[in-house]
Design a protein around this ligand. Sequence first.
Ligand code: ATP
Length: 895
Amino acid sequence: MPDTTPADAKADLPAHPHALPADAVLATLAATPAGLDAAEAAARRKRFGPNALPQGRRRHPVLRFLAQFNNALIYFMLAGAVAAGALGHAVDAGVILAVVIVNAIVGFVQEGKAEDALAAIRGMIAPRASVLRDGRRIGVPMADLVPGDVVLIEAGDRVPADLRLLRARSLRIDEAILTGESVAADKDTAPVAPDAPLGDRRSMAHSGTLVATGQGTGVVVATGLATEIGRISALLGEVEALTTPLLRQINAFGRRFTWVAFAGAAALFAFAVGFRGFGWEEAMMAVVALAVGLVPEGLPAVITITLAIGVQRMAARNAVIRRLPAVETLGATSVICSDKTGTLTRNEMTVRRLVTADTGLEVAGAGYDPGGVRLAPDAGTRGLIRAGLLCNDARLRPDAGWTVEGDPMEGALVTLAMKAGLDPEPARSEWPRRDEIPFDAQHRFMATLHRVAPDEGVVLVKGAPERILSMCAQQETASGPAPLDPGFWNARIAEAAAQGERVLGFARRSMPADADGLDFADVEGGLTFLGIMGFIDPPRDEAIRAIAECRSAGIAVRMITGDHAATAAAIARQLGLADDPKVLTGQDLDRLSPEGFAAAVKDTQVFARTSPEHKLRIVQALQAEGRVVAMTGDGVNDAPSLKQADVGIAMGVKGTEAAKEASEMVLMDDNFASIVAAVHEGRVVHDNIRKVVAWTLPTNGGEALTVISAILVGFAMPMTPVQILWVNLILAATIGLVLAFEPAEPGVMRRPPRRPDAGLLTPFLVWRIAFVSVLFTAISLGLFFWAQGQGRDLETARTMVVNQLVVLEIFYLFNVRYLHMTSFTLTGVRGTGPVLGAIAVVVAGQLAFTYLPAMQAIFGARALSLADGALILAIGAATLVVLEVEKHLLRDRFG
Ligand code: ATP
């Protein structure tokens, strides 16, 4: 992408915004603290271009095509083609080249599709920025930011452009990406010296850095390449290589295999010439064809395709893979640790219960629509409701069917206020907010400072009830403040939590009228408790189903939540997580010895009032037991546990950029059921890779063994070199490919997770490869001798062998499509579109090979009689029956 900031436009950007007062910067940019209007933003977007850095360039198609040949297996094939050509066997050389080229084209096309799909999927999780436009807070794609935009940032965000800060609240930013400094830098709004180094520009938030704590607002002073990060790095977001541990394993196997094949071929060549009286040219061709037949040259490409299809299927089910190896790991997942709110529950909050020292009130209705319910609260309850409305950052949007902008729980508090006849806007301007302490999962409360009268201020606090109680010395009653009665409140909290309600406590404290800043010291003690509220947040129906599926799939589910223990336990029961879930709180965990911790983690389903550090320790403890752990997270502090987990899963909707960047997968709908869907797809991918290997290796083995036996024992070759090459060619881009597209076998989620340390080649698969290779060899040789015994000439017998091998491959395909159950079902016999298409091509190819005079001339084939054809098909069908019986007898024993 070219430099999108025209030279004349740069003139409008302030030269040293960090050294100027915020007002002066706003003036230079012709901006206001309320943000730009939409028309001006659009005009500036045209003038300044998108706020984006050039992407890592994708490889040129020609290079990508050539890269298909850069593979040990292909080198080996090319060497074979050169050898055949040098010996004057143009047809053989041509067929080998055709195999290589067909292979490269398939690889090129499929890899291109995979890269496109991955790029599109990555676009789904492109970061957005919160910006004030027309005075309203909206989310826009990061690329749409323009100089003059007013941007809001908070903990976990990646700063989307260079900002001159207008407001900073406990704001600390990790600027390691720019300055190398690992300690997050404190930010405020005062100008600094014009020549201050980057790390000392406290009044700035720079594009690409990560907000560690707090909140802030800033005006965009530079976008795209004009930002500090744009200046130092031309390339960000390198295109990720399409590779995984499994692919590396296969490639390493390929390299080793090539050398073994090479050595074996050389030995066989010597044997053929020395002991069997082959001419060296004849021996050379036989050995080259054999080696080519043996080399599974298509395997890496087919496995890449299988993985890419898995990624696409997962994206279709709202699980976006950020790192390709996760596709493999997901299939082996044995524990899913999930948040509660929004992931297992709907995150659609409704206030159900209000309790003050004097009264209790039940509230009707569900959702955010305040219509239809009218409350007539007493003065105490009204004070509680007002605290909920004002100690609150959410807004309701009636136009869009009553949706919430901001935290759903806070949205529910606005709805409640409206049900009580408290109009939000007038109430807010009546008690204007002067300052706040934002909510943080660490301290579990939020506080706001208001001016309530010319001579009076007040702090309103809401948060986890036990936390708020600990800050209070007295409680509000109808007859004025009274000493706090913790026993009463704890009983009320327990009642609400036992119903699965999420409970919040509220408190207030008078402040001097001139107070305009809020500190922790102002709220740590001496508050007056106003009461509690209980919110309902129903479990997601699909989460209940997904948890049941996990149970049958042998996957343990752990709920790790910041919520109250009793609430979490009640929701766990509603979800069917366990009949009588065992619950531990963060405090309980802190009291345990390391051994006790490990033991407790094993049989506890619910962890409540936990901190991000607990999450990290829980993952580590589970991993120490050999479990493969998937863990969800959304906050900036979740990053360490997301990184530690085998599959870190970030929330796409409510997750921070920091959490997304630390994770392997992002959920577009924040829904637990999507995790389980991804695990399901991960298992299908792994199955399909095993099927590809289970089909490919014995196919090659059978071909090779047939020829090796002929040379070793010393009878006429059952297939000529060029015929072996033909079998390779006709199968490479057809049946060899279809297993990548296989749908799930029934019952994928009724099996226990696979053992993570088990390699791809399980004992059953190794046995299969050996057994099928030998079986195919025996059948081919048997047919070959029988046909000659019946008086067929050598060419006809060879044509029968070639057709027999291909027919066996087709029947074997049907057997391999189901590794865990019989293939003799209606769906099994019917096949799928790709399967039938591939078979149609192979059959057409075989008919041409057998009956077309031109092909007969090239490949030395003869037309077969109908009876011979029928015999070949019958043998194929009988072999399928044998293989089905063998699968039935052995699959459970070998696993
Ligand atoms: P989960 O971890 O499953 O998402 P959670 O949302 O309850 O559960 P946190 O967001 O860490 O976890 O919240 C912990 C507690 O802090 C809540 O149970 C609640 O008591 C309190 N809390 C949450 N949000 C706010 C808020 N906006 N203002 C005040 N207190 C809050």
